[in-house]
Design a protein around this ligand. Structure first.
Ligand SMILES: [Zn+2]
Length: 457
């Protein structure tokens, strides 16, 4: 029989009790390693690309302490630090991706309506680890239930990039985030049944000013660092053809107003020129895809300092490589022709270009993320591409203002005070950017927050 005076011990009480008794020293190494602060690391002799300035600098050592870069200079020393001799290697900032879907590792219908949601989480955990092993230390996620994964990674339990999550897509009925495949289907609006796309954190379907305001507030309540709007059709959408413009200007303005009240911003999936124009008039600060924006719209993007967050790999592929068949093929080819013009227009207008990939689908698609580096070479130099993927994206992430989760120092740069997120590359990616497409061979050290996740030296 239990003694009623004996309180039940919570797990916290047990651990506190163990510490009081001096038992922690006897705990398994893995548990202690988790709690221990990262050791200091001194990297000697690498040629450094700092993310901001073109070219490499030599003759400096880099000291990383407590997760941050604490000093850069010649002949550094630090007592007790792990020393890495990086002579002949190139140090670059950890890579960033401004358009991931880190939870999306299967057909979206499967993830929303089919498999147990634990499957989504388990696949995403492995996908995130592989992404870090490709050298990506921070991503801005463009939609999906990533809050739990972010928490597990930030706590150091799982390996993966830092995440700036958007959470729910905000989509209109029959919009790009309306993934319900059935046509003769009474939506939750008519039936009052909970929507699986909402319950599993993928989409809030909202129509009209009041509903989109509520949807934006809901995403912010979950911890969205920026809001993701679905503003037009796409090639692969369940219901909406590529040319369709979604949401009214009034609806977009309502979403942007909510984002601004939280000190952050909205980004939008937008292909049609009308959808881009509406977004710009509403105050959206990052246009995703945007490839059919007219010269007038590109000028508006330039004048309003809006990021052009497009993908180059998507349309570098042939229809077969993109896995398309049937009616999708002519649509894709038409889009591909238009896309090339879009890339050239964006370049001519000198837009701020984010580096993002939008890779989604089964987990074996992941390595395509690294191919984006070469897909950009017809338009940008290796230095420009690397700046996009480091300091350029980091500047875009700053638009989350007080909602930015990583504010201890700058991201995407090698400088004192910055996060200890860096890579050592075997070779010089400013000469040969294709090195980054084979990260398993070319990346010898991967460090995130001062923690070494890979070291083949
Ligand atoms: Zn996307």
């Amino acid at each position: 029989m239990k003694n009623p005076a004996q309180p039940y011990l919570s797990r916290r009480n047990l651990l506190t009790g163990a510490a009081a008794l001096g038992l922690t020293a006897a705990m398994p190494g893995a548990l202690r390693a988790q709690a221990a602060p990262p050791t200091a690391t001194l990297i000697r002799g690498a040629a450094i690309f700092d993310g901001r300035n073109p070219g490499l600098s030599t003759g400096s050592d880099v000291l990383i302490e407590n997760g941050m870069i604490s000093a850069i200079g010649p002949g550094l020393s630090a007592e007790g630090a792990q020393v890495i001799d990086a002579e002949g290697l190139t140090m670059i900032p950890g890579l960033t991706d401004a358009h991931t879907h880190i939870m999306w590792h299967d057909e979206i219908e499967e993830l929303i309506y089919g498999s147990p949601h634990e499957y989504t989480g388990a696949m995403a955990a492995e996908g995130a680890r592989r992404m870090l092993m490709r050298g990506f230390t921070t991503v801005r996620d463009a939609g999906g239930p990533a809050f739990g994964l972010k928490r597990a990674i930030d706590s150091g339990v799982l390996a993966g990039p830092r995440i700036l999550p958007s959470g729910f897509f905000i989509s209109q009925t029959a919009g790009h985030g309306d993934f319900e495949p059935r046509l003769n289907y009474l939506s939750p609006y008519f039936t009052g049944r909970p929507d699986p796309a909402y319950l599993r954190g993928w989409t809030i379907t909202a129509d009209g000013k009041a509903e989109v305001m509520k949807a934006a507030r809901e995403a912010l309540r979950y911890g969205a660092t920026q809001i993701k709007i679905m503003g037009s059709g796409s090639i692969t959408g369940a219901h909406d053809p590529l040319d369709v413009t979604e949401f009214t200007l009034e609806e977009l303005q309502a979403i942007v107003t909510e984002a601004r009240k939280w000190g952050t911003y909205a980004k939008i999936h937008a292909y049609s020129d009308a959808s881009v124009q509406n977004a710009l008039k509403a105050g959206v600060r990052s246009v995703e895809h945007g490839l059919f924006a007219s010269e007038e719209s590109m000028q508006m993007m330039k004048d309003r300092d809006v990021y052009f967050s497009t993908q180059y790999l998507t349309y570098a592929a042939s229809p077969e490589e993109a896995g398309l068949t049937g009616e999708a093929v002519p649509k894709f080819l038409q889009a591909k022709a238009g896309a090339t013009d879009g890339y050239e227009r964006a370049k001519a207008f000198g837009l701020k270009v984010a580096w993002g990939t939008d890779i989604l689908g089964t987990i074996d698609k992941g390595p395509a993320q690294s191919l984006e580096f070469v897909a950009r070479t017809p338009y940008y130099t290796p230095t420009e591409i690397l700046m996009q993927a480091t300091s350029g994206n980091a500047e875009l992430f700053e638009r989350s203002g007080p909602r930015h989760p990583y504010t201890a120092g700058p991201l995407g740069v090698i400088e004192p005070g910055a996060y200890g997120d860096l890579l050592l590359v075997n070779g010089n990616p400013l000469d040969d950017i294709s090195l980054l497409t084979t990260p398993e061979d070319s990346l010898t050290v991967i460090m995130k927050g001062g923690v070494i996740h890979k070291n083949t030296l």
